[in-house]
Design a protein around this ligand. Sequence first.
Ligand code: OSB
Ligand code: MG
Length: 384
Amino acid sequence: MTQTYFVHSQSPIAHIRVHPIAMPLVEMLMTSFGSEARQDALRAAVLVELELVSGVTGWGECVASWAPRYSYETTETALHVLRDFFIPAVLGERDLSKLRAFRGHPMARMALEAAFWAAVAAERGVALGDLLSGGAPRKERVPVGVSIGIQPSIEATLAVIEKRLQEGYRRIKLKIKPKWDVELLRAVRSAYPDIALMADANSAYTLDDAPTLKQLDDLNLMMIEQPLGHLDLYQHSKLQAQLQTPICLDESILTADDVRLMLHIGAGKIVNLKPGRVGGLSEALKIHDLCRSEGVPLWVGGMLETGVGRAANLALASLMGVTLPSDISATSRYYDPDLTEEVFTLNAEDSTLSVPTGVGLGVRVNRERLAAAEVAYYEAIAAG
Ligand code: OSB
Ligand code: MG
């Protein structure tokens, strides 16, 4: 059990800088709602750089993107809320309690909280993962899978799966949407009878689609992720009652209380934990501890993070309550080059990523590439 839901620094917060960035993705990830990237495959994010008076620094990543599709936040709402409210409230403080005065904006909140926690971990001379675990044992390698977007055809999908399996990924997640579901998953299951396979609908269905989704029960899927509306916990409980396949909630889980409600009404059986979606590492820890004590399978989701967000996700996924493969793939699947000096490579023999062991976040940001990514952000905004 983690005890640390709240951390204090020895030295007050001196400076906080925001860096909006645009980064070319190695490839687009098409989902039922479109893509987090623009048509030109540029992914946006905001990096937060926080410095304590003692000179110790920490970095955090805001996973909101150009448009309010996956969530209502965007890079521009995050910049606004960080600059005008969150940052002025915490400058000179030794903790983030002043953020309690503000509602919402979980992804902006997470970026600031992650930067602060990374700085506190560095100040204490420990890795972020050890600050999260309270020193309790955790994994050195985190089992991971890969998320595969909607492709032009079933044949193209099978080719991508084959490539990912060759690379060493042992859990395959396919994005689905109405009419890109049963036939696709049947074809994949018959080509690969034994792989760990799951589907993510990103809220593309309604309860009226239950007969379609029931056809997936024969395919031995690990889970179906977020089939119904992003706030439809009640509807998910009606669907789960009709499905054998476990439902995993992503978009619908914003707090630990949402997990309690999910369990109470049977809206799902598995949780996808994204620290940005739940408003930070402390809420993420509460969800982790709840799932661990209730025996709820848990994994860490991904939002196409740069090395900064990826390092924080790995620290979180190293906790013992994270029991299923996480959506944290190798750097090369997203960015080439990334913003961090460190790249994460897949340990192909066991489909894992190694958790950073250095103090703080355990990765260093390359200033030259950061500056170029900031210019690219403003150019993209200007180009419209
Ligand atoms: O629903 O899990 C999702 C990426 C962007 C937005 C939403 C989702 C995703 C993914 C994970 O599927 C991608 C990744 O970081 O590997
Ligand atoms: Mg999802």
